[in-house]
Design a protein around this ligand. Structure first.
Ligand code: HEM
Length: 409
């Protein structure tokens, strides 16, 4: 049965809505048409307005002085993100002047030229992942067996974390971002996200101490030894920095890769097109980012009054930026609900925009392309071995299971 506009606006506070993509996208389409900036008031959440259109989302992101990322950078249940609840400060919740200074610490590292140096390493890790897929025989859960691991290796290599700790980091990241999904959450208590954060904290605190005592040329050393205004950065901010890089760099990209494969399985003509012409990998990867939109939302708080999509947001009002909805905006994308690997240009907003524009875009593109550059020419056959299942989430996500049957060269 079709949702009412009020019900449609509630998808943003319902983790299971993201696990049911047809329902989620139908709700967003209805909102974009009839109530593009709805006011959402749901028990357990502070009220907010949801921004569902591409142009409106860009207007908010482009206005660098009109909105704050803090104190509520992303939607979570009431109290989520309180300073005593989350013991670290990360880039996503900072505003100028701190944000500008902290972002500068690693900005050079993430520039295209520096990231390009990682091309060979990414190709090697991609080959290892596809070899592993081949070793699994003709069937696997592509998400859990392949897509989950590969971006973690890349980001851990970048940070300089020893390979023996990769499995532990994988578990912690999944627990943190999967904590709305019963299958991925650590346990049944309400404090699980906090416990996971504390484990991260302990791990990274040791890493910082080590890199301060023995600096190397890895990214962990750059952060541990960075100074802002002539002072070393605080422990909470340093841990926060590692945390955002280790986590933001992981689930996002694995969701894009797993979701990209799920999309191709659902559109066999696109898979066929890609395997017949590997030069389409670049545009295919952009379409995967648009289609999957692994980051579901960020929030902004209004400084003064603003009109967004015809709706007046008062001073201190909070808006949720729905990246997946903007990425299906039919006024921007032709046949927006079709997965089209030849789409070019592709003005998707999967990486956001403006001051907080994803720091890892060059890396995400490099590693996702490297993966498909390796996989696609090796595909003899690739078909679904069951229905994909999507994560319950409020923040970052994509598929959690993508059963596949295949023959690889
Ligand atoms: C497909 C993969 C990825 C997607 C879809 C994605 C998406 C996003 C989005 C939507 C934002 C917020 C932008 C905004 O507020 O306008 C963001 C921020 C960020 N991303 Fe990514 N990201 C991806 C991969 C990565 C990778 C590989 C890294 C690093 C290793 C990374 C690091 C960050 C950081 C540090 C921020 C915070 C920037 C700030 O607040 O200034 N991301 N990302």
């Amino acid at each position: 049965m079709a949702l009412t506009v009020d019900e449609a606006a509630r998808v943003f506070t319902d983790p299971s809505a993201y696990a049911d993509e047809p329902r989620f996208y139908a709700a967003c389409a209805r909102l974009r048409r009839e109530d593009p900036v709805p006011y959402v008031e749901v028990d357990g959440y502070d009220p907010f307005w949801a921004v569902t259109r591409h142009d409106d989302l860009l207007d908010v992101e482009r206005d660098l002085t009109g909105w704050l990322a803090g104190p509520r950078p992303a939607l979570g249940p009431k109290g989520y993100g309180d300073p005593d609840e989350v013991p670290v400060r990360t880039l996503v919740q900072m505003d100028p002047p701190d944000h500008t200074k902290f972002r500068r610490v690693s900005a050079d590292w993430f520039k295209a030229r520096n990231i390009a140096r990682l091309g060979d390493r990414a190709a090697e890790l991609a080959k290892r992942s596809v070899d592993r897929m081949a070793e699994l025989g003709g069937e696997c859960d592509f998400m859990r067996d392949v897509a989950m691991h590969y971006p973690l290796y890349i980001i851990m290599a970048l940070l300089g974390i020893p390979e023996s700790d990769y499995p532990r980091m994988l578990t912690l990241t999944q627990e943190l971002f999967g904590s709305n999904d019963p299958e991925l959450a650590r346990g049944a208590t309400s404090n699980t996200a906090r416990d996971t954060l504390l484990d991260f904290f302990e791990y990274f605190q040791r890493l910082i101490e080590d890199r301060r005592a023995n600096p190397t040329d890895d990214l962990a050393s750059v952060i541990a030894n960075a100074e802002i205004d002539g002072e070393p950065i605080g422990i909470l901010e340093t841990v926060g920095y590692y945390l955002i890089i280790a986590t933001a760099g992981h689930d996002t990209t694995s969701s894009a890769i797993g979701g990209g494969v799920a999309a191709m399985l659902a559109s066999p003509d696109q898979l066929k097109l890609l395997t017949s012409d590997v030069s389409l990998v670049s545009t295919a990867v952009e379409e995967m980012f648009r289609w999957v939109s692994p980051v579901k939302q960020f929030m902004r708080t209004s400084i003064g009054e603003h009109v967004v999509g015809g709706v007046t947001i008062p001073d201190g009002g909070q808006v949720l930026l729905s990246f997946p909805s903007a990425n299906r905006d039919e006024t921007i994308f032709d046949h927006a609900d079709t997965f089209d690997i030849t789409r070019d240009p592709n003005r998707h907003l999967a990486f956001g925009f403006g001051a907080h524009y994803c720091l890892g875009t060059h890396l995400a593109r490099l590693e996702t392309r490297a993966f498909f550059d390796e996989l696609v020419p090796r595909i003899v056959e690739l078909e679904p071995a069951g229905e994909p299942e999507f994560m319950r989430t409020l923040f970052v996500g994509g598929p959690k299971h993508v059963p596949v049957r295949y023959r690889l060269r």
